[in-house]
Ligand binder design. Structure first.
Ligand SMILES: [Zn+2]
Length: 180
């Protein structure tokens, strides 16, 4: 009896191992800090950053201000981050909150940096009607800065396409040497 039970146990174990993807979305979300460079401090979602319009104008470039604070959209194909493939973290250009990891990025062919999931709790959502049909707008939970729109035509397993303005992001490579 015991031998039979053990044999069934090992069979089911190896079957599970063979069909489990290298890293599940839940793992990518849970272990996002593995992509953070050593010794780098980042803000937490629970520390809100509220600034006046004038303070944001001083802090951001005119392009960043337009996207983040006026819900602008950059021209497709304009962001160098479309081709960014190094391991690391994509943080909010407004407040530094980590939003995505390099393992969540994929090539959507749209001309905007695209991700199939996010670091948990990084964004709030709203519905906008700028193009008549409703779209789901998303923004940084910490500073309220607009980042992009999320669509349901992304790759498996999430089916999500987080279409992000590159200007709204700051890339922090995992292997960056901390400034001394
Ligand atoms: Zn932010």
């Amino acid at each position: 009896m015991l031998a039979a039970a053990l044999s069934t146990f090992w069979k089911s174990r190896s079957a599970t191992a063979a069909t489990t993807p290298a890293k599940s979305v839940a793992e990518l979300q849970k272990n996002w800090r593995a992509l953070l460079a050593d010794g780098i401090k980042v803000p937490a979602a629970g520390e809100p950053l509220k600034l006046s319009k004038e303070e944001w104008r001083k802090r951001l470039t005119p392009e960043q201000f337009h996207i983040l604070r006026e819900e602008g959209t950059e021209p497709p194909g304009s962001s160098p981050l479309n081709n960014e493939k190094r391991p690391g973290i994509f943080a909010c250009a407004g407040c530094g909150l980590p939003l995505f990891t390099s393992e969540m990025k994929y090539e959507s062919g749209t001309g905007w940096p695209s991700f199939f999931t996010t670091i948990p709790g990084a964004f709030g959502k709203s519905t906008d009607y700028k193009l008549i049909l409703p779209r789901t707008e998303y923004h940084c939970i910490r500073c309220g800065g607009h980042h992009g729109h999320v669509f349901d035509d992304g790759p498996k397993p999430t089916g999500q396409r987080w279409c992000n303005n590159g200007i709204a992001l700051k890339f922090m490579p995992k292997n960056a040497k901390a400034a001394t």
